[in-house]
Design a protein around this ligand. Structure first.
Ligand SMILES: *Cc1c(COP(=O)(O)O)cnc(C)c1O
Length: 426
């Protein structure tokens, strides 16, 4: 038995499903996950000594690749000065200055320890600032696992949300209304009917958690307009897109400013960090200035902030994004060519360095169209790629990420593996 198999068995006795986050269990694709021993650059090495070219990147944070020297040095140096103080530090100020400079809509920012916390806190601020309770989210968008956000569409479209998890009270889920991503008319209709009670619309400006789905032209602008007209706040959950689709995130790329923004993933450089922020007047609602309570023992943790700052500094050279675009385009082209040769219907959605290849012939513009993808075929493709040493997300409905540690040769390798794997699933 492989060491990974042995570890999974041991883990399964003491950890639910043997994993600390469900998708890692490979349930959507079958098989069992390699346990990772170490990683460097674009490569992972498992406990059995197998090496993989990684397109998961820890689900988004590792835009510089694994064990980037600048990040490792920053963390090591910070650790020598102590791992946590529960008191303010100079690095936090620098992080807040860097973030507010990159995101003009964020005049003030609060650091937390995860994307979940960032989104949960942002909606609390939105509710506190507006005095309203209702939240609008989009079907298939993920904002972490806070109760109000683990909600899916009820029957009959644009209606009261229903819990998407056991343990979420129906009474709370009812305060979250869901609309299809890119359905601006649906949002407008909802505001016509319930505009007075809506505190905020929360959206992934480029959806990444139903697979990558870009915003339709005018969608983000329309959200900006309709929320403003009704006195509701627009929350961009840029936990994936922040410092990913541009240095200034989707707000910079699409030229639309949010009222509140959530960040995470990249700003922690691979350590646990999240952040939320917005205009001074809104963020002045946050304790100790205002009445919206939010706190954290490890918030602004010196190791995590040091790692995040090192990562962001490397991205401040804007050529980084041209490079990511080139690499992303190569991955896209490799998949398209392979699919065409194999005669496999494939819809590739890509924004910069984030991409999803959906196993369907029709365009993917929202969750309903994403669900048309052939997940069984994806599972076979995933396994064929893994056998060839290419590590993709173990689910059809996730993004692939390229990093600055990927080289042209890596993309060529991935393209060859994709061509072979696609022909095996044709
Ligand atoms: C990953 C993610 C989150 C949750 O972040 P965690 O750090 O996993 O809690 C929230 N929103 C989006 C868009 C994400 O991709």
């Amino acid at each position: 038995m492989s060491e990974s198999r042995r570890l999974l068995e041991a883990a399964s006795r003491v950890i639910p499903g043997g994993v600390n986050s469900p998708v890692r269990a490979f349930r959507a694709v079958g098989g069992s996950p390699p346990f990772i021993a170490r990683a460097e650059g674009a490569r992972l090495v498992d406990v059995d000594g197998r090496s993989y070219l990684d397109f998961v990147g820890s689900w988004g944070p590792l835009i510089l690749g694994h064990a980037a020297p600048a990040v490792v040095e920053a963390v090591t140096e910070a650790a020598r000065r102590g791992t946590s103080y529960g008191a303010p530090t100079p690095l936090e100020v620098e992080m807040a200055e860097v973030v507010t400079a990159a995101y003009p809509s964020m005049e003030m920012v609060r650091l937390v320890s995860s994307g979940t916390e960032a989104a949960m806190s942002a909606i609390r601020v939105a509710r506190g600032a507006t005095g309203r309770d209702v939240l609008v989210k989009f079907d298939g968008c993920y904002h972490g696992h806070a109760d109000s956000l683990l909600v899916k569409a009820g029957s009959g479209g644009a209606t009261f949300g229903v819990p998407d998890s056991k343990g979420v009270p129906a009474a709370l889920a009812e305060l979250t209304l869901t609309v299809a991503f890119n359905d601006l008319d649906g949002v407008r209709d909802l505001f016509r009917r319930k505009g007075d009670s809506i505190a905020a619309v929360i959206v992934e400006p480029v959806a990444g958690n139903m697979g990558v789905v870009p915003p339709a032209p005018g969608f983000l602008e329309g959200l900006r307009e309709v929320t403003r007209a009704h006195g509701a706040l627009l929350i961009f959950d840029e936990v994936i897109t922040g410092f990913r689709v541009a240095y200034g995130g989707a707000q910079e790329r699409y030229g639309v400013q949010a009222d509140l923004t959530c960040l995470g993933k990249i700003i922690g450089g691979g350590l646990p960090v999240g952040a939320y922020g917005g205009r001074r007047a809104i963020m002045s609602e946050v304790s100790p200035l205002g009445g919206v309570y939010q706190a954290g023992t490890l918030s602004g943790n010196p190791l995590a902030v040091a790692a995040g700052l090192a990562a962001i500094r490397a991205l401040a050279d804007r050529r980084a994004y041209a490079r990511l675009e080139t690499l992303g385009a190569l991955l896209e082209q490799g998949l398209r060519d392979g699919a065409q040769k194999a005669g496999v219907p494939l819809t590739v959605n890509r924004v910069g360095s984030m991409l999803t290849a959906f196993f369907c012939a029709t365009p993917v513009t929202d969750y309903a169209t994403a669900r048309k993808a052939d997940t069984a075929r994806y599972a076979r493709f995933f396994s064929a790629m893994l056998e060839r040493g290419i590590y993709l997300a173990p689910s059809q409905f996730e993004a692939a990420f390229v990093s600055l540690a990927h080289a042209e040769a890596d993309l060529a390798l991935a393209a060859r593996a994709a061509a072979e794997s696609l022909s095996t699933v044709a």
